[in-house]
Design a protein around this ligand. Structure first.
Ligand code: AMP
Ligand code: ZN
Length: 114
C-alpha cells in the first residue's frame, strides 16, 4: 500500500527497532512508548484494521496474537501480565491505518483506559 507508514517499516524502507521478525508478522518498538514495554505487532501485508485482518481468515490474526505473546515472553513480562490492544477507527484511537496490536506491560495497566 503506497504511503503506508507500517508497510514501509515492514519492508525496511523506514527504520524501526525490531523486536521479533516473523515470516508474516513483524514486531517493533513504538516510537512513543506508553509503558516500559510498548511494542507494535503488524502483519507484513497491508490490512486497514483488525477487522479486515480477521476477514482474511487464513490464521494470520491468530499468528499475530501468538507473536504478541512471544514479544511478552522476550520482554520478560509474560509472568507479570500485559495488555494487547487493537485501536480501531477514529473513536477507537487508531491513527495508523495498517492493522497493529499494541503490546503493553512492565507496569500495572489501569482500567478503563483514558
Ligand atoms: P494507533 O494510534 O493505535 O493507530 O497506534 C499507532 C502507533 O504507532 C502510536 O502508538 C505511535 O506512537 C506509533 N508510531 C507512529 N509512528 C511510528 C514509527 N515511525 N515507529 C514506531 N511507532 C510509530
Ligand atoms: Zn500498510
Amino acid at each position: 500500500m503506497p504511503d503506508c507508514l507500517f508497510c514501509a517499516i515492514a519492508t525496511g524502507d523506514i527504520p524501526a527497532t525490531i523486536v521479533l521478525d516473523g515470516k508474516r508478522t513483524i514486531a517493533f518498538r513504538d516510537i512513543s512508548p506508553q509503558a516500559p514495554t510498548h511494542v507494535l505487532v503488524i502483519p507484513r501485508d497491508h490490512f486497514a484494521d483488525v477487522a479486515a485482518l480477521a476477514g482474511a481468515g487464513d490464521g494470520l490474526l491468530e499468528e499475530l496474537v501468538s507473536q504478541a505473546h512471544r514479544v511478552a515472553v522476550a520482554e520478560g513480562i509474560d509472568g507479570s501480565g500485559y495488555r494487547i490492544v487493537f485501536n480501531t477507527g477514529r473513536e477507537g484511537g487508531q491513527t495508523v491505518s495498517h492493522a497493529h496490536a499494541h503490546v503493553l506491560g512492565g507496569r500495572p495497566m489501569t482500567w478503563p483506559p483514558g
